[in-house]
Ligand binder design. Structure first.
Ligand code: ZN
Length: 108
């Protein structure tokens, strides 16, 4: 019994330690300078889709802007023609099922 109490006290001491936090990564200068254009683009996209996910038959609220042609492939994150509004669930689906998304016109 005594040992259990010692264990409990040791655990309590440990849990009083402040939580370790990972330092936030600084935003790159490139991302920082692109942020206002991205915001303006998302405003246009949100108006176009009336705040709803653009995935067929989905009525959920738009949560993400998805670039049909990825930034890594030269796609513009600030061109509303390249960005569609998706709910989080469908954004994940699109990124995990690129071939199916391409045939649906959600990705290039
Ligand atoms: Zn959706």
């Amino acid at each position: 019994m005594k040992r259990n109490i010692d264990k409990l006290r040791a655990w309590q001491q440990r849990s009083r330690k402040p939580m370790k936090r990972t330092k936030l990564q600084p935003v790159s200068q490139k991302r920082k300078s692109a942020a206002p254009a991205r915001k303006r683009c998302l405003v246009v996209v949100r108006e176009r889709c009336e705040g709803r996910c653009e995935f067929p038959d989905c009525q959920s609220a738009m949560q993400d802007g998805h670039e049909r042609l990825a930034r890594s492939q030269g796609g513009s994150p600030s061109d509303p023609a390249n960005v569609i509004g998706l709910c989080r669930k469908h954004h994940e689906w699109v990124t995990q099922n690129m071939n199916a998304a391409r045939t649906m016109g959600l990705a290039k």
